[in-house]
Write a protein that binds this ligand. Structure first.
Ligand code: ASP
Ligand code: MG
Length: 476
């Protein structure tokens, strides 16, 4: 039995949290690899330091670094009883190195992504030392291991992509001897290195990714992601009182949910583990006995239809409308070429088969820019009235009902829109992918919460239509 346990920023940020980490690691059976994030807020502060330095504000930048270094030292002294002085001097060296880099940025008034990665790596390097020392203080034979020795990446600094085969080979070579010797490696999340050994980072929030990569390399039995919430919920609890944690999700469901704003985890990040069949569990460091959410590759047939209802506000809806658009091949391509040219990501698309209008949903703050770009691109069509107008509405929200159980179940859309009708919510546009995993629709942002509640309650508190025991068990 082997497990990878990943602890997020809040799980390693205080002495109290670290005590919980110790308990969790101690209770885990078999071979254990720990992966850690930087302590909560540290990566943001480091990026702030870089920005200040790049503006030439040496004093401000050094101040932030000094504050970070002393809070890390405090945390170490509060949490560890063994190897405190040795670890403190390692932390000091790491801080000095980042400070020197920050100073050079301030002199140049310029920071490359490469230098930023080197500075930012302080966060995970420091937290892995603190966590390892804390575990050792509690009798667990832990050793800090920088991922730079294992995670080989390209040189896309700030968002580097791992070379999987090489990384897997190196991770096995590095970690297996430690595990065989009964040690608990504490590996830095988030960072890697190029073949030449230059430090890289894998993108914001990527410590989950690091954990999944190491789990896949070791063919671990489980990848446990410890965070500060008890898994993925059936809806945002701030909007829906009856929202409850979901015990199981398929990878596809998790991907749909995260796309529409469920913030718990970026599913792409756990893909390396999922692909080789390793279940990923999201657990709460602060309530470790709760079941959390288990994500697996397979569709989960718990009898539910809509498993979760999620939503994303702050969006704008652009409608390109006109009778002259229909039947013209390449029209949609022109519209989407424009969004691509403007580097605007499109969240939802819908086109009725009359082809008289195309609706696209984009972040609200890009809607003006896109409207102008579309008007410019369509100037001729607008002049000839082939396109009547490009209109814009905002702020709007996309609401999505997600669940593998929707596939092939007739009547789901009727229930979704019936519930919205009864709640008096006006639906502006609708989309359903042919995967049938997700029905999405747009409403004004003012009606976002009401729409989510209506759909959620339709599927989670409506009287059950079948007597299946699993369904009865999850019904509220
Ligand atoms: N510390 C990194 C970040 O804040 C990585 C992580 O926390 O997953 O983006
Ligand atoms: Mg994080």
């Amino acid at each position: 039995m082997s497990v990878v346990l990943k602890f997020g920023g809040t799980s390693v940020a205080t002495a109290d949290a670290l005590e919980r980490v110790v308990r969790i690691v101690r209770a885990a059976a078999g071979e254990r690899v720990v992966v850690v994030s930087a302590t909560a807020g540290t990566t943001n502060s480091l990026i702030e330091t870089v920005r200040a330095a790049a503006k030439g504000d040496v004093v401000g930048a050094e101040e932030i670094m000094t504050r970070l270094a002393s809070s890390h030292d405090d945390l170490l002294r509060k949490s560890a009883r063994k190897d405190v002085e040795e670890t403190s001097s390692v932390l000091d060296e790491l801080a000095q190195r980042s400070k020197a880099l920050v100073r050079s940025v301030a002199i140049l008034h310029e920071c490359s992504a490469r230098t930023q990665d080197a500075i930012v790596s302080y966060g995970e390097l420091a937290s892995s030392e603190i966590v390892a020392a804390t575990l050792r203080s509690h009798g667990i034979d832990a050793v800090a291991v920088p991922a730079t020795r294992m995670v080989v990446t390209d040189d896309a600094f700030g968002n580097a992509a791992p070379a999987f085969e090489e990384t897997y080979a190196r991770a096995k070579a590095e970690l297996e001897p430690l595990l065989r010797a009964g040690k608990v490696p504490v590996v830095t999340g988030f960072i890697g290195a190029t073949r030449e050994g230059v430090i890289t980072t894998l993108g914001r929030g990527a410590s989950d990714y690091s954990a999944a990569i190491l789990a896949a390399a070791l063919r671990a039995d489980e990848c446990l992601i410890y965070t500060d919430v008890s898994g993925v919920m059936s809806a945002d609890p701030r909007m829906v009182q009856g929202a409850r944690p979901l015990p199981r999700l398929s990878y596809a469901e998790a991907a749909e949910l995260s796309y529409f704003g469920a913030k718990v985890l970026h599913p792409r990040a756990v893909l390396p583990a999922i692909e080789v069949g390793i279940p990923v569990r999201i657990l709460n460091t602060f309530a470790p006995d709760e079941a959390g959410t288990t994500i697996t590759r397979q569709a989960d047939t718990d009898g539910s239809i809509v498993k979760a209802t999620t939503s994303l506000g702050g969006l704008g809806l652009l409608t390109v409308q006109g009778a002259g658009m229909s039947g013209i091949p390449g029209f949609a391509a022109k519209v989407f070429d424009t969004t691509a040219e403007q580097s605007i990501s499109v969240l939802m698309i819908s086109q009725a088969s009359s082809e008289n209008s195309i609706c696209i949903v984009v972040p609200a703050d890009t809607a003006d820019r896109l409207k102008h770009a579309l008007e410019k691109m369509l100037a001729k069509e607008l002049a000839h009235h082939d396109v009547e107008r490009v209109s814009m509405e905002r702020p709007i929200a996309v609401v999505a009902a997600v669940g593998e159980g929707m596939r092939g179940t007739p009547g789901v859309a009727a229930r979704v829109f019936g519930a919205l009708g009864r709640a008096g919510v006006n639906v502006i546009a609708i989309a359903q992918g042919s995967s049938e995993l997700n029905i999405s629709f747009c409403v004004t942002e003012a009606e976002q919460a009401r729409a989510v509640r209506a759909v959620h309650d339709e599927f989670h508190s409506a009287p059950e239509t079948s007597a299946s025991p699993t369904r009865a068990a999850v019904a509220r």
